[in-house]
Design a protein around this ligand. Structure first.
Ligand code: ATP
Ligand code: MG
Length: 637
């Protein structure tokens, strides 16, 4: 086995040779002339001159060896549906979808906006776009009309693909009225809307615009639509960041670089092989869904499990906190990908559910999206008895920046650290104000990447090169480096620790503290289920830390004496771990914390409410009642 250190070195010292080799993991219609063109930084062009197609690599090229093997496994614990498509069946469905889209006028370079629940048709639509060379823009299903309208105006799609409804926890969420309202609000109007009718909610069809997928599909049962060969640098899709820190950014990605990056990550990072099953619990509305529900596993020739529903209901639609593990056993999942927020939901279930199934196929559980606190990591790792591998990345990067590359060299992960830099990423820590590189272990700085960024990384902000350069590459004076806007440290062995967003640093009486460190300390208390810490303006100290805690025992919410006692204990925890300076000025108890629909804590919104300011862009927020609780608490003092 190669030593990872050597593997990594080569990716940095001989990037052309390294990536030319990785590029062999996919099929090229026409070979590339140049591995990386970085003549005009920060715009890196990968595999120039080459032609390929994502759909060909995800579907068609597997027909030779595995036409009858499972490709797409759809499981919904919202409707009870369970259905497997082989590569041959997926190939047929994608061609029917591609033919239907073509009938509606979609051509190479056109945008198709996909506003869908987690159903097979969403996967068909994404792959059909890739097949035709159309640019997909997936918007998380169930987003409100306002946020959908702004994305329609930004993407200016020729066609929108949608459905009658989604469903969440057994409650039907009609999409069609939200979509109609969004199209009414937007200045750009799509020429056509293609609708999957799940028979969950009635739909009013707009004559001349709305088409039913079932009707068009029936007309194209034997469709044969060849893959459009695309330049490696052709745009494959755009996707918005989660909007945790402000207005979401439209990330634009290429074709060839992305395909190579994903193929390489499936091998080197996720240690997966063709014929196995991958299960990511994310949603196609997020980058993880693009990379590791749809493209990555399929490019690797694996079956991908696409799951609709909460982790707490079974296929019989009855409560079942063990459903995910039941599926791992049934489909012999070898790699599973989820988020800390989902594990925290499971933590409220009976731990015995983790040990009832045969999980021997599972080699690792990957978690990403948010800091993985040690108690949560330990709980799930001890319960499942499989390695838990944290991985740190962004919508912008498309694949992990920091993790452990178990496919290259098996290494233990460290609790609290997402890992070490992945091949191709020149990760640096810079001093926040001077911009100087920090070379000593355990110094805190801003995590940045030196260009050229590796294949798969965002090309630019959709239709806004200037915003791309100004937002990401000009935050450090005098240096052109990509800022992640995250704050981190590196230990003696090169393991990184992410300390939170650069704007989640608080300044108490001249001392800089990461809210993440305080949260980590508080979550160590056994009575704490979840916690968010924010810095709140204070006339005397500049800022003070304020903690919002979801207690494990919800009776604390009604019991002021119990709450006071728990608050005191929590403060003592922080005193012991970090010192009295980091102690929050108050610990308040709530039943739920405000998060984005992808489960990320909206600290900036909590902070704004605490300071009596407008909470800003809340279009990606999940549960408005969560912020209201905090507002009420602040008003009652
Ligand atoms: P926006 O950029 O619109 O504010 P966002 O940053 O939440 O939203 P994403 O691209 O979904 O949008 O999230 C990436 C961010 O999530 C990272 O920059 C980091 O702050 C956090 N993150 C992701 N994975 C990890 C991890 N394993 N450990 C710690 N933080 C993580
Ligand atoms: Mg971000």
């Amino acid at each position: 086995m190669t030593r990872y250190a050597d593997f990594y070195r080569r990716s940095i010292d001989q990037p052309d040779a390294f990536w030319a080799e990785q590029a062999q993991l996919i099929d090229w219609h026409k070979p590339f002339d140049r591995v990386c063109n970085n003549d005009n930084p920060p715009f890196a062009h990968w595999f120039e001159g080459g032609q390929t197609n994502l759909c060909h690599n995800a579907v068609d090229r597997h027909l030779k060896d595995r036409a009858r093997q499972p490709a797409l496994i759809c499981v919904s614990t919202e409707t009870g549906l369970e259905k497997t498509y082989s590569f041959a069946e997926l190939h047929a469905e994608v061609q029917r979808m591609a033919a239907s889209l073509r009938t509606l006028g979609v051509q190479k370079g056109d945008r198709v906006l996909i506003y869908m629940p987690m159903v097979a048709e969403a996967a068909f639509a994404m792959l059909a776009c890739a097949r035709l060379g159309a640019i997909h823009c997936v918007v998380f299903g169930g987003f409100a009309s306002g946020s959908l309208a702004s994305r329609i105006d930004d993407a200016t799609p020729k066609v929108i693909v949608s459905a009658d409804a989604g469903s969440r926890g057994g409650k039907v969420v009609p999409y069609k009225p939200l979509l109609d309202e969004a199209i009414r609000l937007s200045s750009h109007k799509p020429a056509a809307v293609l609708l999957t009718d799940r028979q969950l909610a009635p739909m009013d069809l707009v004559a001349g615009r709305d088409q039913l997928w079932n009707d068009l599909r029936a007309q194209h049962m034997d469709a044969s639509v060849p893959c459009e060969w695309l330049d490696s640098t052709a745009i494959s899709y755009t996707i918005y960041t989660s909007g945790t820190t402000g207005k979401p950014k439209g990330v634009q990605r290429d074709t060839g670089g992305y395909a190579v990056a994903l193929a390489a990550s499936m091998k080197h990072i996720f240690d997966c092989r063709a014929g196995e099953t991958y299960f990511s619990t994310s949603d196609i509305g997020w980058v993880v869904g693009h990379s590791y529900i749809i493209y990555g596993p399929l490019i690797a020739g694996m079956a991908t499990l696409m799951y609709e529903g909460l982790p707490t209901r079974g296929l019989d639609l009855q409560p079942d906190g063990g459903i995910w593990w039941r599926l791992v056993e049934k489909y012999k999942v070898t790699a599973m990908f989820s988020a800390p927020t989902a594990v925290r939901v499971l933590k409220k279930q009976d731990p015995a559910l983790l040990t009832q199934y045969d999980l021997s196929s599972l080699r690792a559980l990957y978690l990403a999206g948010e800091p993985l606190d040690e108690p949560t990591a330990r709980w799930i790792s001890e319960g499942l008895k499989v390695p838990i591998i944290d991985n740190y990345w962004q919508t912008e990067s498309g694949w992990p920046i920091l993790t452990i590359a178990n496919g290259v060299e098996k290494k233990d992960s460290r609790f609290g650290s997402p890992g070490i830099p992945m091949y191709g990423y020149k990760v640096k820590l810079l001093h926040e104000s001077t911009g100087e590189e920090l070379t000593q272990p355990n110094e805190k700085g801003v995590v940045v990447l030196e260009g050229p960024t590796p294949p798969g990384f965002m090309q630019t902000v959709w239709r806004d090169d200037e915003r791309f350069v100004n937002t990401y590459w000009k935050s450090v004076p005098g240096k052109m480096v990509y800022s992640t806007f995250d704050w981190g440290i590196r230990d003696e062995d090169g393991y990184y620790f992410i300390l939170g967003r650069t704007d989640d640093v608080i300044n108490v009486a001249g001392h800089r503290l990461g809210t993440r460190e305080i949260e980590e300390s508080i979550s160590g208390h056994s009575g704490v289920a979840e916690v968010a810490v924010v810095g709140v303006a204070d006339a005397l100290k500049g800022q003070v830390a304020m903690a919002f805690v979801v207690p494990k025992d919800s009776s604390v919410l009604q019991d002021s004496a119990g709450a006071l006692k728990l608050e005191g204990e929590i403060m003592k925890c922080v005193d012991q771990d970090l010192g009295a300076l980091a102690r929050p000025s108050r610990v308040r108890f709530v039943s739920v914390l405000p998060k984005t629909r992808s489960g990320k804590m909206l600290r900036r919104a909590i902070q704004a409410v605490c300071e009596g300011r407008d909470a800003g862009d809340l279009t990606t927020m999940d549960d408005p009642a969560a912020l209201q609780q905090i507002r009420d608490l602040m008003n009652t003092g």
